[in-house]
Design a binder for this molecule. Structure first.
Ligand code: ZN
Length: 363
């Protein structure tokens, strides 16, 4: 274990206090709430993570509106500000607005920029931004799926345009949902690899299918690994066999994880059956790859994850992996009913995807 290891946790208590969904209101909207961050902070405090000398608590960077304008239209930013001033509203699909929305969503972008900057300037080895609202569905002109501003896309564009960081970047999205926002920002950009593993509706159809591979010079650099519903711990990491060789060939100088934890078995929105074991193992493997190819430059950015019981454990499992410590699953996860593995279905998806990717990568 590296003795001088440093992990930056980017957090602000406002994330645990502000932008409260319309309570009492037992709808979908209620799931993206301050309690998500409150429960994470409480658990990390209980586990004495913030007392660990290897962990540094860092405040989000304060940013100006012009930085949001790198990724979003002026009209959209003004709309969010206007509705925040009114104190309520709904914009895009499932994006509710409160008086805090504009400031908090801006802070989520600032927190994400901070997480990336800390890593690329070698202030920390890895970072984890505990920000909300999430961002990976947000588009230039609209929000979607709880996401107001696209935290990751906005931060990557910031690195490019304000810090002149033009090196290759890989974004690995493990949220239960396809990050259609991030995918669209970089669909024809050969300097950004976007790899998403997500739940896919094979009955109704969905976006985020295997043949969405990018465009122009970006062809082959947008990769989707869609999983069937009810996928388990035994299924989840199948995508690593495709991701690892591609990452090694692409050789990014920064790896960003869009860390959504809504594939967790107790999540009220996602329909998969993972436990913290999958997140621990994923973080362990992606850290090893990052250390091999980009001096460990790895940043986790919180996206979804709505189980107030499971979310803190998922985040803690990732931190254990980043600290290269052993991990013991919480007792209650062992009570989970074992479900049938989706092995055959996933092997089919994998071989179809490999067939397509062979045109672009040495697999
Ligand atoms: Zn999600």
């Amino acid at each position: 274990m590296k003795t001088n290891k440093k992990i930056g946790i980017i957090v602000d208590e406002d994330f645990a206090l502000k932008h409260i969904p319309p309570y009492p209101h037992p709808t979908f909207l209620s799931y993206e709430s301050p309690m998500r961050i409150e429960s994470i902070i409480a658990y990390l405090e209980k586990k004495k993570n913030f007392e660990d000398h290897r962990i540094i608590k860092i405040k989000p960077k304060l940013i100006e509106e012009s930085i949001l304008n790198l990724a979003h239209t002026k009209y959209y930013i003004d709309s969010i500000k206007h509705l925040s001033n009114l104190g309520n509203g709904l914009i895009g699909e499932e994006v509710f607005i409160t008086k805090d929305t504009y400031e908090l969503a801006k802070m989520a972008v600032g927190g994400t920029i901070q997480a990336l900057e800390e890593v690329i300037t070698n202030k920390v080895n890895q970072s984890f931004a505990l920000v909300r609202p999430p961002g990976h569905h947000a588009l230039r002109e609209t929000g979607s799926g709880f996401c107001v501003f696209n935290n990751i896309a906005n931060s990557v564009i910031y690195l490019r345009e304000r810090l002149q960081f033009h090196k290759k970047i890989a974004i690995i999205d493990i949220d239960d949902h396809f990050g259609d926002g991030i995918a669209q920002y970089f669909y024809d950009d050969p300097s950004v690899l976007y790899f998403s593993v997500h739940e896919y509706d094979y009955v109704e159809g969905d976006i985020g299918f295997i043949n969405e591979l990018g465009d122009g010079e970006g062809l082959g650099k947008s990769i989707n690994f869609p999983l069937p519903i009810n996928s388990t711990d035994d299924d989840f990491l199948e995508f690593m066999e495709i991701l690892e060789p591609i990452l090694k060939e692409f050789a990014p100088e920064l790896i960003i994880v869009a860390a959504g934890f809504d594939m967790y078995f107790a999540d009220p929105i996602g329909n998969c059956l993972l436990t913290t074991w999958s997140y621990y193992k994923f973080a362990e493997q992606i850290l090893r790859i990052a250390e091999d190819i980009c001096e460990g430059k790895l940043a986790f950015i919180l996206e979804g994850g709505y189980s107030l019981i499971g979310l803190p454990y998922c985040v803690h499992a990732v931190i254990k992996a980043l600290l290269t410590e052993d991990y013991k699953q919480p007792h209650f996860e062992k009570l989970k009913t074992p479900s049938e593995r989706k092995k055959e279905e996933i092997q089919k998806i994998k071989s179809s995807l490999l067939g397509l990717l062979n045109n672009y990568w040495k697999l």
